[in-house]
Design a protein around this ligand. Structure first.
Ligand code: G
Ligand code: G
Ligand code: MN
Ligand code: NA
Length: 255
């Protein structure tokens, strides 16, 4: 309750910040994408989204916070495009941002509102990826699926975050509008200790290929994990081996 009280004021008091973690092509080392990760700097210390996102979800604040995140990500994406850098920004969205028809409509119109505010012709949808979770696919309301399809037709990519950790059925991958799978870091971390995880990742990769989905390997920290990812011809990798999440100015400095 205490945290909720402060979280409510976090936006207006400029306490939220988006960090960016580059996603690289493991063969060239080139940055091909970046995930936006929310940080809350409260009383001089960073509070992890693991702690405050659930509070935001319970209180409904997640809608306002989600729009703040999308706005910042959109501004960054527009800036990158203007600089001639095609580095799409991947944004985590909470299932609760889609939980009513009204919110779904608001989500769809969100990017139009950004375009209006900035007096732009059209939003560079190709520069945004939405990371959804298996729980959203599981709900599989027709309306959510249609909303994501509409955004996807405009050029947004849909990525399944933490793939393999939820309860979703694989059939959702066919019936739901999806472009990309992010293999959860727990699989990557156990590659060496448990050969069954290796088999699982190999199966996910070959299934993704068959379904024409791109794959991101998350949580890559060691050379041997890089070697495995290359063996599997996975073309996008995110992890401390390459980069940790960093401030926007560090990210632009890097580019
Ligand atoms: O970067 P970090 O390890 O602290 O992120 C922890 C968790 O918080 C991750 O599961 C991530 O998906 C989630 N998260 C980070 N930023 C956001 C955000 O902007 N919105 C939502 N809904 N979740 C986020
Ligand atoms: O759940 P989601 O995938 O959205 O969250 C990504 C989280 O994983 C972020 O909090 C980010 O800080 C964290 N992360 C990114 N790379 C690594 C890594 O190599 N190792 C570990 N342990 N965590 C990572
Ligand atoms: Mn994510
Ligand atoms: Na993940």
């Amino acid at each position: 309750a205490q945290l909720h009280f402060h979280l409510k004021k976090a936006i207006n008091q400029n306490e939220l910040e988006l960090f960016y973690q580059p996603i690289v092509n493991p063969l060239s080392g080139k940055i091909i994408k970046a995930e936006a990760l929310l940080r809350w700097c409260h009383n001089g210390q960073y509070i992890s989204p693991v702690e405050f996102i659930p509070i935001a979800e319970q209180s409904g604040l997640i809608v306002e916070i989600g729009e703040w995140v999308k706005t910042q990500a959109a501004l960054t994406a527009i800036e990158l495009k203007k600089s001639g850098l095609f580095i799409p920004i991947s944004v985590n969205v909470s299932t609760l941002e889609f939980c009513s028809l009204e919110l779904q409509k608001r989500f769809l119109q969100f990017f139009d509102r950004v375009v209006d505010k900035l007096n732009m012709e059209e939003f560079p949808y190709q520069m945004i990826t939405l990371e959804i979770t298996e729980s959203l696919m599981m709900k599989q309301q027709k309306e959510v699926s249609e909303l994501l399809s509409l955004l996807r037709h405009r050029g947004i990519q849909i990525s399944i975050d933490d793939f393999g950790t939820g309860y979703s059925s694989l059939s959702y991958l066919v019936s739901f509008p999806v472009d990309q799978i992010k293999i959860d870091k727990s699989f990557i971390h156990q590659l060496e200790t448990d050969p069954r995880h290796k088999a699982l990742v190999e199966a996910i990769v070959s299934m993704s290929r068959a379904l024409e989905l791109t794959v991101v390997a998350e949580g890559v920290e060691t050379q041997s994990q890089v070697d495995f990812v290359n063996q599997q011809q996975i073309q996008a990798v995110q992890g401390y081996f390459y980069y940790k999440p960093m401030s926007k100015s560090d990210f632009f400095g890097l580019l």
